[in-house]
Design a protein around this ligand. Structure first.
Ligand SMILES: C[S@@+](CC[C@H](N)C(=O)[O-])C[C@H]1O[C@@H](n2cnc3c(N)ncnc32)[C@H](O)[C@@H]1O
Length: 295
């Protein structure tokens, strides 16, 4: 499934890319936002795209149209200060982060991100990059209480204890190695009418394990602490989150940085998609955008 860029008009409004600017997209993926940003900064601008999924970076490189003014690096956006130094790129005028995973990754990556039928045989990795420990291994190594805590804290799953118990129990007979095996184990652990059928019972457990396996909250905290090492004074940071824990981290970091006079917050309240956008692209429904300028 093709990934539709979320809050595209709002991203351009708050990032405000201008001809000649140096813009970083730290989660470039299918390049939806990237294409719109490049249209504004070229000719003469510099676009730098980063993604932790090396397949996505290979695709972006293959489709690149602006020569040395459009560069891509496979890496973790949390390491942007070091990457910029190594590439001798200096600080940028704008940084976009559109967190989580894309529709394309969900359907094509083959790393077990999805609990859907089509992904049932995929290996249970759930990592963007091979440097991280696969979820199948995490399930083997962590004890029941640790798993329950992860599923509760990062998934908000109130049946976390039951689910963790079922995962450890199933693992005794035969280690859980595919996305389908994990999804079935979770479904088997919850009552029949779970959430009145509103969501698949595996939704929150998959979300929690993905966030944990990739240290998604740690990466976000780290990049927020380093905004001043990534952006010039007057440079803009635009961050789109899809999870209340992530949005809280952005909100609180921005508030702390604003108190220290390091940034000016541009979005008093988070910007959310319009009803029309949610209808067109249901995946956008939980998106929240916050933006700030380095001072
Ligand atoms: C929602 S998608 C971005 C979609 C993109 N803005 C577009 O319009 O096509 C999120 C991307 O972030 C990447 N990602 C997740 N964590 C990352 C990290 N720590 N560093 C770099 N990329 C990361 C994922 O691999 C995925 O490609």
């Amino acid at each position: 499934m093709q990934h539709l860029p979320v809050l595209l008009k709002e991203v351009l409004q708050y990032l405000d890319p201008k001809p000649g600017d140096f813009m970083i997209d730290g989660t470039v993926d299918g390049g939806g936002h990237a294409a719109a940003i490049m249209e504004k900064i070229m000719p003469g601008g510099m676009f730098f795209g980063v993604d932790w999924d090396k397949g996505m970076i290979a695709k972006r490189k293959a489709e690149s149209r602006h020569g040395k003014n459009e560069i891509y690096i496979h890496g973790n956006y949390a390491e942007l200060p070091a990457i910029l130094k190594k590439e001798k790129l200096g600080k940028a005028d704008g940084l976009l982060l559109d967190l989580g995973f894309s529709s394309e990754q969900l359907t094509h990556l083959g790393r077990g991100f999805s609990f859907g039928e089509a992904s049932a045989r995929e290996p249970l990795l759930m990592t963007y990059d091979d440097s991280r420990k696969p979820v199948a291994e995490i399930l083997r190594e962590r004890n029941e209480k640790e798993l329950a805590d992860i599923i509760f804290e990062l998934g908000g799953e109130r049946l976390s204890r039951r689910i963790a118990g079922a995962i450890k129990q199933a693992g005794k007979k035969h280690p859980i190695v595919t996305a389908g095996e994990l999804a079935e184990t979770v479904r088997g652990a919850v009552p029949k009418n779970y959430e009145r059928g509103r969501i698949d019972p595996a939704t929150r457990t998959f979300q929690a394990l993905r966030i944990y396996a990739n240290d998604e909250l740690g990466n976000l905290k780290s990049v927020l602490e380093n905004l001043g090492n990534i952006l010039n004074i007057g440079g803009r940071a635009v961050i789109i989150t899809f999870h209340s824990l992530e949005d809280r981290i952005v909100k609180q970091s921005f508030q702390t940085l604003a108190k220290e006079s390091k940034i000016t917050i541009l979005t008093k309240k988070p910007i959310v998609p319009s009803r029309e956008e949610i209808e067109r692209n249901p995946r956008s429904r939980s998106a929240k955008l916050r933006a700030a300028i380095i001072s």
